[in-house]
Write a protein that binds this ligand. Structure first.
Ligand code: ZN
Length: 494
């Protein structure tokens, strides 16, 4: 078993290297849709600059978004209209296609829509992953409209777009939406993708082996989040009124029939992020209950597993695999309410949607470089005593959302002397921290370092033996998980 695992690991590492190299050649950006060349997006080419001659199709069309539901064609038209009206603030790209061939459109809204701004965070919203949870999809279209039309007049929006790239995927499950019915508050019609898979059970799982067949929508999101380092994310749903934070799954659910909290080492941060959403929401923060028979959530937030545990969810995947803090935002008691209620939903959520994303500018950020000032990519980073790691980008950048306090950053890269640096986080602005790593001397030198055992993937992944493609990319993401908890888990399954 162990031998097979090691061989698989070697093969996969080689494959990983190849795919990373080719992605590098192809640049960071996904194919960009500009209204004249839809093929670009369909081919998923990588392009770094816009084509200037925009389609004149929209030249006489006013820029507006109605409070009605937009099917795939209408949504696509609105997104193209937006890029044609606001070419310097938006870019449209597709991360892939649904089972039935619909594009999974992402709109970037930013003062730099076509290029990552070095040192500034990328954030995202993913909506409508359950196709019948339709409010979120419309909220995203209204958010896009609000951001681009407020840029010139609203200093806060301007600051956000000047300092952040906001990526919005209004519908992760466009096929499901097409078979959903307006006015249907509950039930599962349209929830699943066209092959009947629940996309929020379709991701690699931190705690359990997930044997469900990966779906094209999920694969597209996995590739997307592996190419762009998102700092913060919201996954929008409906059917409840609550901000639900990781973990969604738990190591214990085999042994219990009730839901219990499954807390991350960043629990304080996740609670804070959830409260930012719920407290800026017109109702959520008051713990309004959706049904008189069930109590509301205290302050409108909950730990995911404490609500109900699930395997293969997207938020745990974002956090554990990619260091992106994602919160699940349940924005409507009714999954697909009548369209005449949409103005109220937009007003209820508007402030939350903007304020939540600005939290990407809280905590620590900086660059890791070698002693010649060259950026170091894929350096394994960890906030001491918070055993879920993160990594630097190809520019050597890193971000981590943290509340005010004193922390230590641990930095580790193969061939370099590991470092531990103390820093302080304050409330008002992010702490900037640049880290230099020095090349480790070889055996004959006085400071020879071996890669430390603690930077291997966590033991229980090996005990459970999931397919390697469910492993995080590189050992650093889950660096140094060696707590008693994991020993306990390993001993049960070993
Ligand atoms: Zn949902």
């Amino acid at each position: 078993m162990t031998l097979i695992y090691k061989k698989m690991k070697t093969i996969c590492l080689v494959l990983l290297f190849i795919s990373v190299s080719s992605a590098d050649d192809a640049r960071v950006n996904f194919g960009v849709e500009d209204g004249t060349n839809a093929k670009l997006a369909e081919q998923r080419n990588y392009q770094s600059s816009p084509i200037q001659n925009y389609n004149t199709e929209f030249s006489n069309e006013p820029y507006a978004i109605g409070f009605n539901y937009h099917d795939y064609e209408q949504m696509t038209k609105f997104l193209r209209l937006t890029t044609s009206k606001f070419p310097s603030l938006t870019a449209l790209y597709s991360i892939g296609k649904s089972v039935q061939g619909r594009d999974l459109w992402v709109m970037v809204v930013s003062a730099s829509p076509y290029e990552h701004m070095i040192g500034k965070p990328d954030v995202k919203y993913v909506a409508n992953m359950h196709g019948n949870e339709a409010v979120s999809r419309e909220l995203m279209l209204h958010l896009i409209h609000y951001l681009v039309t407020s840029y010139a007049t609203d200093p806060y929006v301007r600051w956000m777009l000047d300092n952040t790239r906001i990526h919005i995927l209004p519908s992760m499950n466009p096929d499901g939406f097409e078979v959903s019915k307006e006015g249907t508050c509950e039930g599962g019609q349209g929830r699943y993708n066209a092959r009947g898979f629940d996309l929020n059970r379709n991701f690699p799982d931190y705690f359990k082996q997930n044997n469900r067949r990966p779906q094209p929508e999920t694969e597209a999101v996995k590739e997307w989040v592996s190419k762009i380092q998102f700092v913060l994310s919201g996954s929008l749903h409906g059917g409840a009124l609550v901000a639900s934070y990781p973990f969604d799954n738990t190591p214990n659910s085999l042994f219990q029939n009730y839901a219990a909290p499954s807390l991350t080492p960043d629990d304080d941060v996740f609670k804070h992020l959830s409260l930012v959403y719920s407290s800026n929401h017109a109702k959520m923060g008051r713990g309004v209950s959706c049904k008189s028979s069930t109590p509301g959530f205290k302050q409108g937030i909950t730990n995911g597993a404490a609500w109900y545990p699930l395997t293969g969810g997207m938020q745990d995947f974002n956090y554990v695999w990619h260091g992106c803090m994602e919160v699940t935002l349940e924005v409507s008691c009714c999954k697909y309410p009548p369209a005449n209620e949409l103005p109220r939903y937009w007003e209820d959520n508007k402030m939350s949607l903007v304020k939540f994303l600005s939290e990407a500018h809280r905590g620590i950020q900086g660059f890791v470089m070698d002693d010649n000032g060259n950026p170091l990519e894929k350096v394994s980073l960890k906030i001491k005593s918070r055993d879920i790691g993160f990594q630097t980008t190809k520019y050597g950048e890193f971000w981590r959302i943290l509340l005010p306090g004193v922390y230590k950053l641990e930095a580790y890269a193969d061939g370099y002397v590991p470092r531990e640096i103390e820093f302080m986080v304050v409330n008002d602005h992010p702490t900037l921290l640049n880290v230099t790593l020095y090349v480790a001397k070889r055996k004959d030198g006085p400071t020879y370092y071996r890669p430390q055992q603690q930077h291997q993937p966590p033991q229980y992944h090996q005990h459970l033996g999931p397919p390697y493609d469910q492993q995080p990319q590189g050992s650093g993401i889950l660096s140094s998980l060696s707590s008693g908890f994991n020993n306990f888990f390993g001993s049960i399954f070993g």
